[in-house]
Design a protein. Structure first.
Length: 335
C-alpha cells in the first residue's frame, strides 16, 4: 500500500510588503534593501508592494522625513516633516493611506520596513523637532500605525523582527493558516469550514486548547446560524488563538494527543524513546521540530490518515525555515 505523507498542500497567502525590501530602489536615498526572508517567500506568496512616501508623490530620491511631536495649546500631534526643507508632508501621506485602505482588502500578512517614518510599526523614532536633537520616544510610522489599527487579523511584522526564528515561525504559521481560512470562507460552505477545522485541530490545540474547543463548538453550529455569521465567529476566535506563539506546555499536550494515535503500535522501546525525546524537548535539549519529525515518521509508517492531514506537522512550506538562535520574543501588538 502506498503510504500517505504529512506534507500539506499550502494556499498562496496575500502579503503586503514594503516595496524597498527587494522589489524597487525606492528608499529616500534611492536604495533597495535585500531581505532573505522576503526573497525566500516570493515563490510561495502573492506579494503586494507598497511605498507610502513614493505613492504620496514625494519622489526618489527625496528629502528624508522625520516624525515630530508638534505641541499645541491643548494637545500634541504627530507630524511627518522633511528634514532639510521643514515642509510638513503629513496630509499627503495620510491622503494616500486613506485611499489605500479604501481599496485594498485585509491581507493574510504584512511585512514592513522597520524604523521607517512611514512604515515603522513600533520602532519609529519620534523627535521634538527637525533640528539636531535626540529622539524622545518610539512609536509607529503613519502607514504602519494605520496597519496596526485597521488590520486586526493579519499577521504583521517588520523585516528586522523576522530574523528571529521564533517570531518568523509564528508569522508564517499565522499567514498560511489565514490564507487557508480565507479560501474556505470564499466558498461560503460549512463543509469547507469543517474540513479546515479538522486539518488545523492539533495546531490550534498547540496554541490554545480552550479556544480550540470554542472553535469546534462554532463549527458544530448547534443554533443553525447563517454561514457568513459562523465564519465571522470562527475568525474572531481564531484571531485570539493565533495572537501569540504557542507555549511549550500546550504544544507538548498536542503532541501527546497525536502520539496516542500511534503509541499502541510501537514497541516498548520505541515508546520509551519517543517519550524520552519529548522530555528532552520539555527541558530545552531538542527542538519541537525534531520531536514532530519523529512523530511524523510514525504517521507515515502506520498510515494514520487523520494525522497525515494535520497542519501541526507542517504549518507552512519547510523551505521557508532557516535554523537560527531563538532570542526572547515579544509581540509587535502591545497593550
Amino acid at each position: 500500500m502506498e503510504k500517505r505523507t504529512t506534507v500539506a498542500k499550502w494556499p498562496r497567502p496575500r502579503v503586503v510588503v514594503s516595496r524597498c525590501l527587494g522589489f524597487e530602489a525606492c528608499r529616500w536615498n534611492g536604495a533597495i534593501i535585500a531581505d532573505e526572508n522576503v526573497e525566500r517567500l516570493k515563490p510561495y506568496v502573492q506579494f503586494e508592494t507598497v511605498c507610502p512616501e513614493v505613492e504620496a508623490g514625494l519622489g526618489v530620491p527625496r528629502d528624508p522625513i522625520r516624525i515630530v511631536v508638534v505641541r499645541g495649546e491643548t494637545n500634541s500631534e504627530i507630524r511627518a516633516v522633511q528634514l532639510t526643507t521643514g515642509i510638513d508632508v503629513t496630509d499627503r501621506i495620510v491622503s494616500f493611506v486613506e485611499a489605500y485602505f479604501a481599496r485594498v482588502p485585509e491581507p493574510d500578512g504584512v511585512i514592513l520596513k522597520g524604523e521607517s517614518p512611514s512604515c515603522g510599526l513600533n520602532d519609529t523614532k519620534i523627535y521634538p523637532s527637525i533640528g539636531r536633537v535626540a529622539a524622545v520616544s518610539k512609536g509607529s510610522g503613519i502607514f504602519g500605525g494605520a496597519v496596526l489599527d485597521r488590520w486586526k487579523s493579519a499577521a504583521v511584522e517588520s523585516e528586522g523582527r523576522l530574523r528571529n526564528n521564533r517570531i518568523r515561525k509564528h508569522f508564517l504559521t499565522v499567514v498560511f493558516a489565514r490564507a487557508a481560512f480565507r479560501e474556505a470562507r470564499e466558498t461560503r460552505s460549512m463543509g469547507a469550514l469543517v474540513s479546515f477545522h479538522a486539518r488545523n485541530k492539533l495546531l490550534f490545540m498547540a496554541y490554545n486548547q480552550k479556544r480550540m474547543r470554542e472553535l469546534g463548538a462554532i463549527v458544530a453550529n448547534h443554533d443553525r446560524a447563517p454561514v457568513d455569521e459562523v465564519y465571522a465567529r470562527y475568525e474572531a476566535v481564531m484571531r485570539q488563538v493565533l495572537a501569540r506563539p504557542f507555549r511549550k506546555p500546550s504544544l507538548i499536550n498536542a503532541i501527546q494527543h497525536a502520539f496516542g494515535y500511534v503509541s499502541q503500535q510501537l514497541s516498548a522501546s520505541e515508546r520509551a524513546y519517543f517519550l524520552d525525546m519529548l522530555e528532552k524537548f520539555r527541558g530545552g535539549v531538542v527542538s519541537a521540530q525534531a520531536v514532530l519529525s519523529v512523530l511524523a515518521g510514525y504517521v507515515v509508517r502506520f498510515d494514520v490518515e487523520y494525522l497525515a492531514g494535520q497542519t501541526l506537522f507542517e504549518p507552512y512550506p519547510p523551505a521557508l525555515d532557516a535554523p537560527e538562535e531563538e532570542p526572547t520574543w515579544r509581540p509587535v501588538r502591545e497593550g
